[in-house]
Design a protein around this ligand. Structure first.
Ligand SMILES: Cc1cc2nc3c(=O)[nH]c(=O)nc-3n(C[C@H](O)[C@H](O)[C@H](O)COP(=O)(O)OP(=O)(O)OC[C@H]3O[C@@H](n4cnc5c(N)ncnc54)[C@H](O)[C@@H]3O)c2cc1C
Length: 450
């Protein structure tokens, strides 16, 4: 009997992502409008899907590789994030410094493998330093608790023989023009992306090796014999192997039911500053500050062709339906304006030009949704918030897995395959109530870090 999957919930991305809005208008999309046979079908055109496509094109250059993306590439979560491709784990696992650091070292090696892959792609496709740059990041501390967190983290880095620099308040002001921060912890390997330009760059670079269709959501999938057929509104792709790279939307295809948490994050971007405002702001033209409390504000400055702008990211919500209306994302602007004003008191009159939201996927036990999930379907989903690096890696290793390339990246693939399944969530409404209260409490506790 044929196996039939109907997709339940198509993605909606609330608000216009500033990252896309400041780019030149995109070329018209290639929309699937016919029936196509392929060797590999990748569903999802984010970090995981496009990285899987690039890796497949390297491992099986003569094969027919196709990507189906529901919207435009750069308009989904991959073009809505803050662009920090981070090599270090948020939390270093060994409590005592003499403890076992094997997992931390492995996580770092995996994230760095993803960063090397992105830098290599940028090199091959001619993406400039405004799109991707290994400039490091600063973990900014605005409270004494934040300072203590940074110092404890630095001790762990010493233990791992990792490079870092502690920046004092004056140094932080010289970096970002704000005297809000008491201290910062600079680490050099994080790679900063213009996320929408980066994924558009991957798409354009892959064009002559991979068939990429946008505005072509998969509505259903049917397996007959050895092949899957994925239907979109105007066409279909038939292929024996599918890589499902849709992050939390794996659930919309009926997989990992009640095991994936859908979290929306929100961000705003200022209008381009005038020359006089840029002078008044002070600091370096480009920098990225993550908060020392994970629910605090991520703040970035960009400069170049799209002007000098500041991007503020804070506020989170747990949304089991995966749908947030535009007005909710736009209403978060008030929080972003408040965090901007607190940091840049001398910069009144700078409006936020774009406000948006985007979703990410977490699991309760911080594991990916990865590997063979059904005959002919391999998942590269659930990046646990750090999808620029983890999504890239899961795409790479998914391609290794489906082509039987078990030798390169051997350790990463082995680790990805060793994780247990994402843990089951409590039933509704307890999951939503529990997650919402936890987020609110943590935002309150983060205080000035927000
Ligand atoms: C405001 C914000 C800030 C963030 N900041 C950071 C950060 O600084 N660093 C970091 O590492 N991460 C960050 N993230 C998280 C990061 O964006 C995600 O983890 C990452 O995008 C996940 O990559 P992915 O390729 O797995 O999934 P996605 O980027 O979500 O790509 C999946 C794609 O699948 C498509 N899709 C879904 N259903 C279908 C269907 N039926 N048919 C076809 N296509 C479909 C979607 O349209 C989507 O484009 C942030 C997220 C947000 C929202």
């Amino acid at each position: 009997m044929a196996r039939n999957i109907i997709t339940k919930n198509l993605p909606h991305n609330p608000g216009v992502t500033g990252w896309n809005a400041i780019l030149p208008e995109d070329s018209p999309p290639h929309i699937l409008a016919k029936n196509v046979n392929a060797d590999w079908l990748i569903i999802g055109g984010g970090f995981a899907g496009l990285s899987a496509a690039r890796r497949l094109s390297q491992l099986a250059p003569d094969s027919r590789i196709t990507v189906l993306e529901a919207g435009r590439i750069g308009n989904g979560p991959a073009g809505r994030n803050s662009g920090f491709m981070i090599d270090l784990p948020h939390v270093l696992s060994s409590e005592d410094y003499a403890g076992d650091s094997t997992e931390d070292l492995l996580q770092m090696a995996m994230n760095r493998r993803a960063i090397a892959f992105a830098l290599d792609a940028a090199d091959e496709y001619g993406l400039d330093s405004e799109i991707i740059s290994q400039s490091g990041k600063v973990n900014g501390a605005a409270t004494s608790k934040g300072v203590a967190h940074n110092l404890a983290y630095a001790d762990h880095l010493d233990h791992l023989a990792e490079k870092y620099e502690i920046l004092d308040a004056q140094h932080m002001k010289e970096l970002c023009g704000s005297d809000y921060y008491n201290q910062g912890l600079y680490t050099p390997v994080t790679t900063m992306l213009h996320p929408a330009a980066y994924v558009r760059g991957l798409r354009d670079g892959l064009r002559n090796k991979v068939s990429i269709y946008e505005n072509s959501p998969v509505l259903s999938m049917t397996k007959t014999g050895a092949d899957w057929q994925a239907k979109t509104p105007d066409g279909a792709i038939t292929a024996p192997q599918i890589i499902l790279a849709v992050n939390g939307h794996a659930q919309s295809f009926g997989f990992f039911k009640r095991r994936l948490m859908h979290i929306f994050l929100y961000a705003s971007m200022t209008r381009a500053l005038h020359t006089e405002e840029t002078r008044k702001l002070g600091g370096n033209p480009r920098w990225g500050i993550t908060p020392s409390d994970p629910v605090g504000s991520t703040i970035r400055r960009i400069s170049g062709q799209s002007g000098d702008r500041i991007i503020v990211r804070n506020q989170a919500s747990f949304v089991s339906s995966m749908q947030v209306p535009d007005r909710v994302a736009i209403a978060k602007r008030t929080h972003h304006e408040r965090s901007f004003a607190a940091r840049f008191e001398h910069m009144s009159g700078i409006e936020m030009e774009h406000s948006w939201g985007g979703k990410l996927c977490l699991s309760l036990n911080d594991v990916p949704a990865f590997g063979a999930i059904e005959d002919g379907i391999t998942a590269a989903c659930c990046q646990n918030g750090l999808g620029t690096a983890r999504g890239t890696l899961s795409g790479i290793v998914a391609a290794d897995l489906v082509t039987g390339n078990l030798y390169d990246n051997h350790q990463s693939l082995e680790r990805m395959l060793s994780y247990p399944e994402p843990k089951k969530l409590p039933i509704e409404p307890f999951a939503t109530i529990g997650a919402t209260l936890t987020i609110k409490y943590r935002e309150w506790r983060a205080g000035k870090e927000v």
